[in-house]
Design a protein around this ligand. Structure first.
Ligand code: PGA
Length: 245
């Protein structure tokens, strides 16, 4: 059985004090939830404080990005050992906003996955088509390329640690959720692309305007194993509703 994951991607929102307040309020409200993985991914500057508050809880903390070298002259970047040193256990890799605004490619995604795994950070690897690609019927081709190129060279032991997030770009932050059927169709396709020996165990999250009102029907689909949530993860009450869908 695949344990569901509800992950909040805070993107570039919240000050440190707002983040600490959120973590402090969230912790007792979800202390009784053990049948799903709960994860928050705050901005870099907040990771230490949020990790300190949540270290003895059932809420894990992840970063939104990393660089593939351990250290060096790479101004502005942060490495896997640095993220580990503050208490992170997950990292989002290849989010469409990073692909769109910061030049991330399937090649950089691949290097980042290996860097994360080397230091025992669990990668959440994002894939997804744009509206233009969907309208041109290129969704499956794009997803196949992103999965194949992004995960090139991974062995079975590596795959066991990977989480995939299908996030159609046209559904992110737009209020336009993919229908559960549209999402399920792509999730099932992704699962077919994964190595046969691990495919049934790999968790595939859906992201793109997930909210308390639509999570139940998304989670009812057989290949949807959780949500990577942006906007609706920023308020404690709505995030708790998502966790307890
Ligand atoms: P959204 O973002 O829930 O605000 O659409 C999801 C994401 O980009 O991870």
């Amino acid at each position: 059985m695949r344990k569901p994951i509800i992950a909040g991607n805070w993107k570039m929102y919240k000050t440190v004090s707002e983040a600490k307040d959120f973590a402090t309020k969230l912790k007792p409200l979800v202390a009784d939830v053990h049948d799903r993985t709960i994860l928050v991914c705050p901005p870099l500057t907040h990771l230490q404080d949020v990790c300190d508050i949540l270290c003895d809880s059932n809420v894990a903390v992840g970063a939104q990005n990393l660089f593939w070298e351990d250290e060096g002259a790479f101004t502005g970047e942060v490495s896997a050992p640095m993220l580990k040193s503050v208490g992170c256990t997950y990292v989002i890799i290849g989010h469409s906003e990073r692909r769109q605004y910061f030049g991330e490619t399937d090649g950089t995604v691949n290097k980042k996955i290996f860097a994360a795994l080397k230091h025992n950070l669990l990668p959440i690897v994002c894939v997804g088509e744009t509206l233009e690609q969907r309208e041109k019927n290129e969704t499956f081709k794009v997803i196949e390329r992103q999965i194949k190129e992004g995960t090139k060279g991974l062995g079975t032991g590596d795959w066991e640690k990977i989480i995939i997030a299908y996030e159609p770009v046209w559904a992110i932050g737009t209020g336009k959720t993919a229908t559960p059927e549209q999402a399920q169709e792509v999730h099932a396709y992704i699962r077919k692309l994964l190595p046969k020996d691990v495919a049934a165990n790999i968790r595939i999250l859906y992201g793109g305007s997930v909210k308390p009102e639509n999570i139940k029907e998304l989670m009812a689909k057989p290949d949807i194993d959780g949500g990577l949530v942006g906007g609706a993860s920023l308020k404690v009450d709505s995030f708790v509703k998502l966790i307890k869908y």
